[in-house]
Structures are given as C-alpha cells and as structure tokens.
Design a binder for this molecule. Structure first.
Ligand SMILES: Nc1ncnc2c1ncn2[C@@H]1O[C@H](COP(=O)(O)OP(=O)(O)OP(=O)(O)O)[C@@H](O)[C@H]1O
Length: 339
C-alpha cells in the first residue's frame, strides 16, 4: 500500500503575489509611484504566530493593511480560508469579523469619550454578537475583560480610556477585537508604545490567546528579541520585498539572506526584552548604509547596494525563491535562484 500524504491545510489567511504602489505628488507636481510592497507571499495557518520583521519603511504596515483590506491591492490576492476577498464587497464584511487589526497606539484606537463597556459593547453589537438584555451584555463585557487579564473586571468596565495605563488600554483594545470573535489578529507593533516592564506580559497574553482559542497572529515588529520569544515563524521584509521566511529558530540560528544576517547582527540578545536599560538594538541599529528610496528602488535585489556579497546578477534581476529542508525559503542569488 502506498503511504498517503497528509493534506496540506489551507492557510487561514494568505497574501498571494501581493503588490501595492501608492501615487504621490513629487517635485514640480509630477506624480511619483512609491513601490511599497512588491509581489509578497505570506501565509498564516490556524494557531500560528508569524512575525513580520524589517527596518522602518520596509512595507510591514502596508502589507498588514492590505491583509486587513484597508487598502486595495495593486496586484495579487488576499485569501481567507482559500477564498479571494476584495475590499468593499459583501465578502469583505464577513472578512472584517474574521480578521482584526491591533495598532501601536491603543489610545487612538478607542473612543476616548466613551467608557470601556461602551467601546466593547459596540463591537459586540456591530458584529451581531451582543446579548439582548443589558445584564447579559454587561456579563459578556466582563468575560472579555477577564480574558485579557483586566481583573477584577468590575473595576475596569466603567473606566474612561484616559483613566487606564497604556498596557490596560491595549488590553481593552484586544478585548474589543476578541468581541468580534476573529480567527486572525494582525498586530502592528502592538507592544512598542507600552512600558518596557509590561511588554512581556502582553506577549504572554497574545501567546495564551493562540493556545486557548487557536487564534492566528501576524506580529509586526522591529524587535527581533520579541519575535523570537513569540513567533513560530518569521518573515523578513526589506524595501517592500519579502526576502526570507522560516521557523523562527532556524532563521535566527541559520539565516540564509545577507539582510537577515545584518538584521540579526544589529539586533539585541533576548535579555533586552526584559531589560529597560537596553531597549531595542534594532531601533538604533548601526547597519551600514540606508534602505533605498521606494520611488526609485535599485533594480534586481533591492538589497544589493548594501550587500557585502553582491554580484552582477543581483543588480539585474530579483532572484526566484529557494526552499530549504529546514522549512526556510529565501530570495537570494547566493543560493543559486533562477530569476
Ligand atoms: N498611504 C500612503 N501613501 C503614500 N506612501 C505610503 C502610504 N503608506 C505607506 N507609504 C510608503 O510606503 C513605504 C512603506 O511604509 P510602511 O509604513 O508600510 O513601512 P513599515 O515597515 O511599516 O515602517 P514602520 O516600521 O516605520 O511603520 C514607505 O515609503 C511609506 O512612506
């Protein structure tokens, strides 16, 4: 009897060949094109935490916003459970119940004039999950607050956002996202504005939501140490292009792309996550050179002007994808990729 291969599960969320260009007015009123994301392929499976890392301006937020359907794609597809979804369609409404985005600034995400109860109840109502009686709705809100460790929940339910600390506010934002009963959270630097002393608690909360509820999380960060702590898989983005991905420890121990190596060399050890004195080394990276302009990016591999191993083909064409037995893949001519 021939052994049957287990079917590969369909990703919960997927970007397939996704490109996003922005038209901006340049000098003398001429329109310029910012090539913010180019042909990105990213998958997120059920119960998986994927970190998207890269320098400022590399396109991480744009890719997350494309996945959240906040922007239309210029090219490519966003798929939920294998189905293509486009903004402002009927399917997009259901999509917003499944995919919730959490931003860096929890204060900006909440209605500052309304109490915690109102902020969360509104999400329950908008997505058709609110109980009919007031007492039951209060109970729903209390349970959500407990879920994000805001206990005793009675103490928090009638607070206004400005009466909470940054960490407490971000927990309310997460509770509100959970009210929608999503399968995916897109966290755009969700801990970077929080006090260093509570960042680890927040990462542990996100990990618990994955473990208990099977939530999938795309965790966008500058900070390799927190990505290492939290993520199953890492995707590395440089100047709008995904250049490497793989299981977190493989990428960290055996990076394949020279940019990943540069990122790791300039990144902190995991101790930094817990030590406020040290901060994030990636924020103050001493990497040689600057990321390129996305209006006129270098041809070929966009990293070649900074790459110590650049060769002729790197300047001419973006390499194809090379896959490794470790589960990693990279786009790099050093690994003999065809363009
Ligand atoms: N709405 C927009 N209009 C024009 N250009 C944009 C727009 N949104 C993003 N960009 C440009 O796209 C590029 C990628 O930006 P993006 O914010 O996605 O990067 P990032 O990796 O998330 O950076 P950071 O870590 O600083 O948030 C930048 O050059 C940015 O200026």
């Amino acid at each position: 009897m021939t052994a049957q291969k287990a079917p590969v599960p369909v990703p919960v969320l997927e970007a397939v060949g996704v490109t996003r260009h922005f038209d901006v007015s340049g000098t003398l009123g001429r329109t310029q094109v910012v090539r913010a994301v180019e042909n990105a392929n990213l998958t997120l499976h059920r119960g998986e935490i994927v970190a998207l890392v890269g320098e400022s301006g590399s396109g991480k937020t744009t890719l997350a916003r494309l996945l959240a359907l906040f922007h239309p794609v210029t090219d490519g597809e966003i798929r939920l459970e294998g189905n293509v979804v486009r903004p402002r369609t009927k399917a997009a409404r259901a999509y917003h119940s499944s995919v919730q985005m959490i931003f860096q600034d929890p204060f900006g995400s909440l209605n500052s004039m309304r109490r915690v109860r109102h902020n969360i109840e509104r999400a329950l109502k908008l997505h058709g999950h609110a109980a009919t009686s007031k007492a039951e709705r209060r109970q729903q809100v209390l349970q959500l607050l407990e879920k994000v460790n805001l206990t005793p929940a009675e103490h928090f339910i009638d607070k206004l956002p400005h009466e909470l600390s940054g960490g407490q506010r971000q927990r309310v934002v997460i509770a509100r996202a959970l009210a929608v009963r999503p399968s995916v959270l897109l966290g755009d630097e969700p801990i970077s504005m929080l006090d260093v002393s509570i960042r680890l608690d927040m990462l542990n909360l996100l990990a618990r939501l994955r473990d208990e509820d099977g939530l999938s999380l795309l965790y966008i960060t500058h900070d390799i140490a927190s990505a290492r702590y939290l993520a199953d898989r890492v995707c590395v983005m440089y100047a709008g292009q995904l250049v490497e991905s793989g299981p977190t420890e493989e990428v960290i121990q055996h990076p394949k792309h020279p940019y990943t190596r540069l990122l790791l060399e300039s990144s902190p050890d995991p101790e930094r996550l817990m030590n406020p004195e040290l901060g994030s080394a990636f924020d103050r990276t001493a990497s040689p050179g600057e990321p390129p302009s996305l209006v006129n990016p270098p041809p070929g591999c966009r990293f070649h002007p900074r790459c110590p191993s650049a060769r002729d083909e790197c300047r001419q064409a973006f390499p194809g994808r090379t896959e490794f037995p470790s589960g990693q893949w990279t786009h790099c001519w050093l690994h003999g990729s065809e363009g």
